[in-house]
Design a protein around this ligand. Structure first.
Ligand SMILES: NC(=O)c1ccc[n+]([C@@H]2O[C@H](COP(=O)([O-])OP(=O)(O)OC[C@H]3O[C@@H](n4cnc5c(N)ncnc54)[C@H](O)[C@@H]3O)[C@@H](O)[C@H]2O)c1
Length: 261
């Protein structure tokens, strides 16, 4: 019960990495707000947690919508009496992404909104709630290994995740006096349904990979196997718990060695 008495808000927790984090946080005793755009999968995640004996509620929210994010944080505080852990997980790459010279401009803005704005807004209201309660907290942002090494064919996503890394460090400085720690997890390729579809349908990614074997960011560069959602949840649990009380301003890369190749 490493998160006993803690309240966690997880964004994009209906499926994939966020849902795995929600299950682990609840198993460790946290009361979890599962927030997602998609009510069907969000409610299902809450039902799974309750069936396993955990405590959770679903909040429908579009994390690109400032007013909706403010309401979701307020609802979390109202329902569970505070906010200790904010896990910003919403985001993702798309097959439309490409090199700077080739990608559609709308894809650039959509990546900035999906990955950077969602993180920024949840921090804006989540950290205010933590400051108000005065009991510190842990913010966990979600980056990607593509923002740690140079990769090919996904420059909008890389730019957005690079922004996530940068504000993770600056927020660590900004909110240390409030005992709020801010870290990010940078996963490699994680075995989710979305990743399977992406690898199958991203011709640019594959084309660039063929031309640049030594820089290939996908499957074969993962030295000890593709990452699993539980690997990311284990790091999120460490960052959420007091075990990491002296860890802030870090980017935790979990990429099966891909950034070392
Ligand atoms: N899967 C990977 O291989 C991988 C690798 C590196 C980084 N990441 C990052 O990990 C995070 C989660 O990835 P995933 O593969 O589990 O994603 P996913 O697409 O499986 O799940 C994302 C969830 O977020 C929700 N969502 C999307 N936009 C939203 C919005 N505006 N407001 C609220 N909810 C929204 C979706 O409904 C979905 O449930 C992302 O930030 C992604 O960039 C994933």
């Amino acid at each position: 019960m490493r998160l006993k008495d803690k309240v966690a808000l997880i964004t994009g927790a209906g499926q994939g990495i966020g849902a795995a984090g929600a299950r682990v946080f609840a198993r460790e005793g946290a009361r979890v707000v599962v927030a997602d755009l998609n009510a069907e999968i969000g409610e299902r995640c809450v039902a799974d947690i309750r069936a396993a004996g955990g405590e959770a509620l679903f909040a429908q929210c579009d994390f690109t919508d400032e007013a909706a994010v403010e309401r979701t944080v307020a609802r979390t505080v109202e329902a569970y009496g505070g906010l200790d852990i904010l896990y910003n997980n919403v985001g993702g790459s798309t097959p439309q992404d490409n090199a700077v010279t080739d990608l559609p401009m709308e894809e650039f803005w959509s990546a900035i909104k999906r990955d950077l704005l969602t993180t920024f807004l949840a921090c804006r209201f989540g950290i205010r709630a933590m400051q108000k309660a005065g009991r510190g907290g842990s913010v966990i942002n979600t980056s990607s290994f593509v923002a740690v090494i140079g990769t090919l064919g996904c420059d909008a996503y890389t730019a957005a995740k690079g922004g996530v890394n940068a504000i993770t460090r600056s927020m660590a400085l900004e909110y240390a006096p409030d005992k709020i720690r801010v870290n990010a997890i940078a996963p490699g390729a994680v075995q989710t349904d979305r990743m399977a579809r992406f690898l199958a349908s991203n011709p640019n990614h594959l084309k660039f990979s063929e031309r640049n074997r030594h820089r290939r960011p996908e499957v074969r560069s993962h030295l000890v196997g593709l990452v699993e959602v539980e690997d990311i949840a284990a790091m999120a649990l460490f960052l959420a718990s007091d075990d990491s009380r002296r860890v802030t301003g870090t980017i935790q890369v979990i990429d099966s060695g891909a950034s070392a190749t």
